[in-house]
Design a protein around this ligand. Structure first.
Ligand code: FE2
Length: 248
């Protein structure tokens, strides 16, 4: 699954987030871009959609009650879809129009003038990775190769759980908590906003979305309850093991 959603970057337009976390595209009055690109950024102009919104790997109500179908329908059907739609508009008419997602992310990462493309591309990738990090009936202690790796890195599953929860809780504002592999060892990291380990050399194994839109309908401000429930009941350790096997 990781291989199918890896990708990189193009020309950007500054994006901004509303209080709900949705990306809004700002179109300057004097737009220096080619007319086709400028036009494509208008909401009602059809553009080629070479990056597609992948189907969820489970039914909309399959993660309840940890994540309700209402939360999932907004999170996937509105937020994730908006990132995909904005990305397709932003790359239309550029040399990245037909580039795979991971190529788009790599091409625009670190370019201040392309932050809009990066944000939408990375959020597209991060969310697909997040859905695959979850499964109905998941969570709890892992099995497979990831278990001894966790014991080696953190001492025990319980210590891993504390450190993963702490990363998710201490990510100020919007962002992500990650279990990653780096040079043969596991570690936990957190990233703000759309930032992703793809651009810093680690191999992601699992992630938890801690943007408020991930939990607010179900948990309001109780991020800790959401994180604990995801770790205990939803983490997809088979996905983590598959990613670990590919990490080299
Ligand atoms: Fe999200």
């Amino acid at each position: 699954m990781v291989a199918s959603i890896r990708a990189r970057p193009p020309e950007a337009v500054a994006g901004s987030r509303s209080p709900t976390g949705r990306e809004a595209v700002i179109i300057p009055h004097s737009d220096p871009r080619p007319p086709r690109l400028a036009a494509a950024l208008q909401e009602d102009v059809p553009v080629s959609h070479h990056i597609e919104l992948p189907p969820l790997p489970f039914a909309m109500d399959a993660l309840a009650p940890v994540i309700s179908s209402e939360t999932l329908s907004f999170h996937y059907g509105k937020h994730h879809k908006a990132y995909v739609d904005n990305l397709n508009k932003l790359v239309a008419g550029t040399d990245l129009e037909h580039a795979p997602l991971e190529k788009i992310i790599a091409a625009v990462a670190g370019h201040a003038d392309k932050v809009g493309v990066f944000n939408n591309a990375a959020q597209t990738w991060n969310h697909t990775f997040f859905w695959n990090s979850l499964k109905p009936g998941g969570g709890g202690a892992p099995t497979g190769a990831v278990l001894p790796a966790i014991n080696a890195a953190f001492g025990s599953y319980d210590n891993f759980k504390k450190e993963f929860s702490n990363a998710a809780m201490t990510q100020f504002g919007s962002g992500w908590a990650w279990l990653v592999a780096e040079r043969g060892a596991l570690r936990i990291m957190k990233t703000p906003n759309a930032d992703t380990p793809l651009t810093t050399g680690q191999t992601p194994l699992l992630t938890i979305d801690v943007w408020e839109h991930a939990y607010y309908l179900d948990y309001q401000n109780r991020r800790a309850d959401f994180v604990a429930a995801v770790i205990d009941k939803l983490l997809n350790w088979e996905f983590a093991n598959a990613n670990l096997a590919r990490s080299g």
